[in-house]
Ligand binder design. Structure first.
Ligand code: HEC
Length: 328
C-alpha cells in the first residue's frame, strides 16, 4: 500500500521526526486545508518524491559559475539569498522552501515532489494558491522545473532588467514574500546569470562543504553589502548564514555530536546578536570576528565528524530506515 505523502512541516524546529505527527490547517483562499506532518530527518525531505529520499539527501546537481570578477561579492550574496527561505513568504517560508529547493544548486530538481503542487517528480505549479493568495488560480498546471543553466523564457541580459523583474514577481506574487529591495534583486539576478553546467559529472555528492561555502558566501556578501550601505540586505544575509547553520545541525543529529550542536546553536545566537545590535559601526568588525572564530574553532570539529554525519549515504540510509513511515 503506498504510504501517504508528507505535506508541510510547521517550521524548522519541528523536524523531530516520527515523534511528532500532527495536523495543521493551512487557511488559504478557497478554504482548502492541508494535513501536515513534520519533515523527517532533514527539512528538505519534505519536498522529495517517495523513494528518492536518500538520493535527494546525499547527492546534488553540479554547478559552475561564470561571472565578471567585479561581480564576485554580488554573486556570493545572490547564491546565499537563493538558498534562504526568509526571502519567500507565507507557507513556502514556513516549510523552509527556498529557490534552491526547486532549482537544486541553480539547476533543476528531478526529485522535487509536493502533493498538490507537482504532477510528477521534477514538476511544480508555481501559480498554486498554496503559496500565494494573490496569484493562486484554481487550475492545476504543474510544469517541469527548468534548469537555470539553460537559456530559458526569461532574458538573462544584464542590461534589460527583465530577470530582476521576473524574480521580484516570483517572490512577491508567487510566494507571498515581502517586497525585496533593489540590492537583493540585483544579487539574485547576478547569481542566476552566472549559473552554468560543469563539464563532467552532473550529479555529485552533498558535503558539509556545501553548507560551509554558503555560510562563507552569506557572511562575505553581508560584509560587502554593509560596506556599500545596503544594510537591509546585509541583515537578510546574516539570516541566510543562520539558516545554513541549521542545515548543518540537522546532519549532526547523532548523540555523539551533542557538543558540536550546542556550539552551532551558540554560533547562531551570536549572529542574531550581531544582527540586532544597535551600533552599525560594530557590524563589520563583529561579523568578521565571528567568521574567524567559526572557521578556526568549529569548522575543524565539524570536518572531523563528517564521516559520521548524515552527509554520508550510509549514515543517512541507516537513519532513514529507522523513521516510521506513515501508511506502511
Ligand atoms: C516550487 C518550486 C520553485 C521555487 C521555490 C522557485 N522556482 Fe523558479 N521556477 C519554477 C518553475 C516550475 C519554473 C517554470 C515556470 C514556467 O515555465 O512557467 C521556474 C522558472 C524560473 C525562472 C525562469 C527560467 C526561464 O525559463 O528562463 C527563473 C529565472 C527562476 N525560476 C528563478 C527562481 C528564483 C530566483 C527563485 C527564488 C526566489 C525560484 N525560481 C523559486 C519552480 C520554482
Amino acid at each position: 500500500m503506498p504510504r501517504s505523502r508528507r505535506t508541510s512541516p510547521l517550521d524548522q524546529g519541528s523536524c523531530n521526526i516520527g515523534k511528532l505527527i500532527f495536523t495543521i490547517l493551512i487557511g488559504i483562499a478557497g478554504g482548502a486545508a492541508i494535513a501536515a506532518s513534520p519533515a523527517p530527518l532533514l527539512q528538505s525531505i519534505w519536498w522529495t518524491a517517495d523513494g528518492a529520499e536518500t538520493d535527494a539527501a546525499t547527492t546534488k546537481a553540479s554547478t559552475c559559475l561564470a561571472f565578471d570578477p567585479q561581480d564576485a561579492d554580488r554573486v556570493k550574496a545572490g547564491m546565499a539569498l537563493f538558498n534562504t527561505p526568509s526571502l519567500l513568504g507565507g507557507q513556502a517560508a514556513k516549510a523552509g522552501l527556498n529557490c534552491n529547493s526547486c532549482h537544486d544548486n541553480g539547476r533543476d530538481n528531478r526529485h522535487f515532489y509536493v502533493e498538490g503542487l507537482s504532477s510528477t517528480p521534477g514538476t511544480a505549479d508555481v501559480t498554486s494558491s498554496f503559496f500565494s493568495i494573490l496569484r493562486g488560480n484554481a487550475v492545476k498546471d504543474p510544469v517541469v522545473i527548468p534548469d537555470l543553466a539553460n537559456p530559458g523564457k526569461i532574458s538573462r541580459a544584464a542590461d534589460d532588467q527583465i530577470l530582476e523583474r521576473f524574480i521580484r514577481t516570483l517572490i512577491v506574487e508567487e510566494f507571498s514574500g515581502k517586497e525585496p529591495n533593489q540590492s537583493t534583486l540585483s544579487a539574485l539576478a547576478t547569481y542566476v546569470r552566472a549559473i552554468r553546467k560543469c563539464d563532467g559529472a552532473q550529479i555529485i555528492d552533498r558535503r558539509l562543504d556545501d553548507q560551509l561555502q554558503l555560510v562563507d558566501a552569506a557572511i562575505g556578501g553581508a560584509l560587502a553589502m554593509h560596506r556599500s550601505g545596503e544594510n537591509a540586505t546585509a541583515l537578510i544575509l546574516v539570516r541566510a548564514a543562520r539558516h545554513q547553520l541549521g542545515l548543518i545541525d540537522e546532519r549532526y543529529s547523532a548523540p555523539r555530536f551533542k557538543a558540536e550542536r550546542s556550539a552551532l546553536l551558540d554560533s547562531s545566537r551570536q549572529l542574531q546578536d550581531i544582527a540586532e545590535a544597535q551600533n552599525a559601526d560594530l557590524f563589520n568588525p563583529a561579523l568578521t570576528l565571528w567568521h574567524e572564530q567559526f572557521t578556526a574553532n568549529l569548522v575543524p570539529r565539524l570536518r572531523a565528524g563528517e564521516r559520521h554525519s548524515l552527509y554520508t549515504r550510509k549514515k543517512f540510509r541507516a537513519a532513514w530506515k529507522q523513521v516510521p513511515k506513515p501508511g506502511l
